[in-house]
Design a binder for this molecule. Structure first.
Ligand code: MOS
Length: 691
């Protein structure tokens, strides 16, 4: 076996194996798959947020030449399971949110389907709806648990006493906005039935999890559903769970026997149908002594969920492990509203949940006159504060110190509004990042010798644009002790061994551990000189839960605010991360810079604006939902410290897909305060805050 302490392929930067196909336009995404004579599906959505569907008149739509079928709750087949109400297409006449699908037109062309969909006449008895999120609502409730299975509330010591004995205290409320996932490739499914088996070319972060969800709803054995996703144009979590359009594509293909169908959501439809990040209200209370040592940390988080399906963002979870304090408490409360179903968006929990606390730390550090880098260093816990577990490795301090050095923090005048250049107030800020190391059960892999020194590795993993085609092949080559070019990796297909979903930055930990176990099994059985056709496989080995395992980072921002107009510009972002071993520096940098850029976008622009009178996101396209463009994005530097963690997995990695977005918005808000003296606690950081 290869000595993993002396890696060869891990740490190199081979170019993306999928790169040439993508840049030459030959990579086939879910909508590009060649099927014979496909039909196209266009969805019709409810235009009210709550009510009862009393009639769907499809007569005009049916008369359009080229229309093959129109599905509605009146004619659609009954589904085998409606347990997941989000996926229960056409099973009820109740309208639970504006944008809910009420009909689907299947037609010869995309254009005909869309034209006919506009002719479907929908009647709804409108009931009064409620989409107003507020921490003052008297119907907030405590979910049984929050996303990732974490406890809803935690308490250690006594926060009230801790605060009462603290010379410096803070009690502030911070809010993050409603954000919609906007991967470049809209959610698309090509569906076809053959002899009772269903094939789905789907833009998904997990072929097996999509198969299992779809099979359950349709009442099929999973082996009768074949899901294929070689290339995915981004997901950010919104392709991590199956959404209703996947079920509708399957139903539509059933309605036109022998005809494959293609269903691509429009950008506007995505704003109601593929999940989004809940807005949050975070009350943060902190108390510290004159040296900045925290005695109490309390975070009470409020978010929203839909009336038909619960999703509880784990907003307060990162506060359970970031800083030491004897007295601590976290809570999560939800409002169930007449809104679309929220779901995962890049770093659910950590991303919104590190906003309030990391701004609060900046406020408290400034109140007690301690530098905000130093304040964080002083509150380093020796063990994970609430679990008492040792950290497998924790290098937040190294990130803060290295970031401060690279950024030039030592020259900073801590006084706000001290620097003005050509009509711009300039300031700098810092915030910490964190993300857990997650090992998701349920993966297996096989390795086969396909010729002298050649190996084929099979696992149904996903590449949603993150680089799995390349990085997982590196893990395999390293484990087999061969060159990168000697490994052929196959992923993205349910005909391959089952793999867990690409979510929670768990991909390389879960699939990589599995591939390493398969390589060990292969070498054990066949030695270093196998014959063609030799094959071995393994399931993912269990990991240890002895240690608290988290990645960390420190983000530094420079912000300019125009004195006369309040215009906000981020002129520099620098992040230093401790993410274990880096498999492929080129791809890692791209993930971290991408995350930081998305954090900048969240800080300055992104905001799904809800019109409470109608219950929908009004800025539901790229014309009005502003995402940072090239000219918004300054020099973004992502660095990492050397970190050798023997506990996370055999590769020593920690997961890098999500940590880059965590903490960015807080660093930018803290820099804006340093620039202007104005403390913004509500995102986004628009110019009106400074006027
Ligand atoms: Mo990530 S939001 O868990 O795909």
């Amino acid at each position: 076996m290869t000595d993993l302490r002396r890696p060869r392929v891990l740490g190199q930067s081979p170019r993306r194996v999928d790169g040439p196909a993508k840049v030459t336009g030959t990579a086939r995404y879910a909508g590009d798959q060649r099927v014979v004579d496909p039909a196209y599906v266009h969805l019709v959505q409810a235009a009210v947020a709550r009510g009862v569907l009393t009639g769907v008149d499809v007569s005009a739509a049916r008369l359009v030449d080229g229309v093959l079928a129109v599905l509605t709750p009146d004619n659609a087949p009954r589904l085998a399971s409606t347990e997941d109400a989000e996926l229960a297409a056409f099973q009820s006449h109740d309208i639970a949110f504006r944008g809910q699908v009420v009909a689907a037109v299947v037609a010869r062309t995309r254009e005909i389907a869309r034209q006919a969909a506009a002719l479907v006449h929908v009647e709804i008895d409108h009931e009064s709806h409620d989409v107003h999120l507020s921490a003052d609502r008297d119907d907030l409730y405590a979910p049984e648990q929050v996303n990732t299975g974490a406890a809803t509330d935690t308490e250690r010591g006594d926060v009230a006493t801790g605060l009462a004995h603290s010379p410096f205290t803070l009690d502030q409320t911070y809010t993050t906005a409603w954000y919609n996932n906007n991967p470049m490739e809209p959610h698309t499914t090509t569906a076809l039935w053959l002899d009772g088996d269903l094939a789905l070319f789907d833009s998904t972060q997990g072929v097996h999890t999509t198969r299992e969800a779809t099979a359950k709803v349709l009442g099929l054995e999973p082996r009768h559903v074949h899901v294929i996703a070689p290339h995915v144009g981004g997901g950010f979590g919104s392709k991590g769970t199956a959404h209703v359009h996947v079920v509708i594509a399957a139903m539509a293909a059933q309605a036109v026997p022998g005809t494959p169908v293609k269903l691509a959501l429009t950008r506007q439809q995505m704003f109601a149908l593929v999940g989004y990040r809940t807005p949050t209200v975070q009350r943060v209370r902190l108390g510290c002594d004159a040296d900045g040592r925290l005695a109490a940390i309390a975070v009470d988080a409020v978010g929203q969920t839909s009336r038909i399906k619960e999703f509880a963002e784990q907003t307060a979870v990162p506060s359970r492990m970031m800083y030491a304090a004897p007295n601590r408490r976290t809570t999560h409360r939800l409002a169930a509203l007449d809104v679309p179903v929220p779901a995962w968006m890049r770093a659910p929990g950590e991303c919104p949940g590190m906003f309030g606390p990391e701004v609060a730390v900046d406020e408290l550090a400034s109140a007690c006159g301690v530098d905000p880098v130093e304040f964080r260093v002083r509150n380093e816990p020796a063990v994970e504060p609430e679990s008492g577990k040792p950290f497998s490795s924790r290098n937040l301090v190294a990130c803060l110190r290295e970031g401060a050095r690279r950024f030039g923090w030592e020259h900073r005048d801590p006084a706000p509004r001290a620097r003005e250049e050509d009509g711009w107030l300039v300031g700098t800020g810092v915030a910490a990042s964190t993300y857990p190391v997650t090992r998701t059960p349920g993966s297996s892999a096989t390795i086969r010798c396909t010729g002298p020194g050649r190996y084929r590795v099979r696992i149904g993993a996903a590449d949603l644009g993150t680089g799995t085609w390349t990085s997982l092949a590196q893990v395999a080559a390293d484990a087999l002790g061969v060159d990168f070019g000697d490994v052929e990796l196959l992923i993205g297909d349910t005909s391959l061994p089952r793999a867990s979903v690409a979510g929670g930055s768990s991909g390389i930990t879960s699939w990589g551990s599995t591939v390493v176990a398969a390589a060990e099994a292969f070498r054990e059985e066949f030695g270093a000189d196998p014959a063609e056709g030799d094959e071995a496989g393994a399931e993912m080995p269990e990991g240890s839960d002895e240690y608290a395992m988290h990645a960390f980072g420190a983000q530094f921002a420079e912000v300019r605010v125009r004195v006369d107009t309040g215009e906000v510009r981020v002129s520099r972002l620098l992040g230093v991360f401790a993410v274990g071993r880096v498999v492929n520096p080129r791809l890692a940098r791209s993930q971290l810079v991408g995350g930081m850029t998305m954090g900048l976008s969240m800080a300055l622009h992104e905001h799904s604006v809800v019109d409470e009178r109608f219950g929908h996101v009004v800025n539901h396209d790229f014309a009005e939902y502003h995402i940072a463009t090239n000219s918004d994005v300054p020099r973004v530097e992502a660095h990492w410290v050397e970190e050798h963690d023997p506990h996370t997995n055999p590769m020593g990695t920690k997961g890098i897909g999500e940590i880059g977005i965590v903490g960015t918005a807080a660093a930018i808000v803290n820099a804006a305060h340093h620039a202007t003296g104005v403390r913004v606690r509500d995102l986004p950081l628009t110019l009106d805050h400074f006027l």
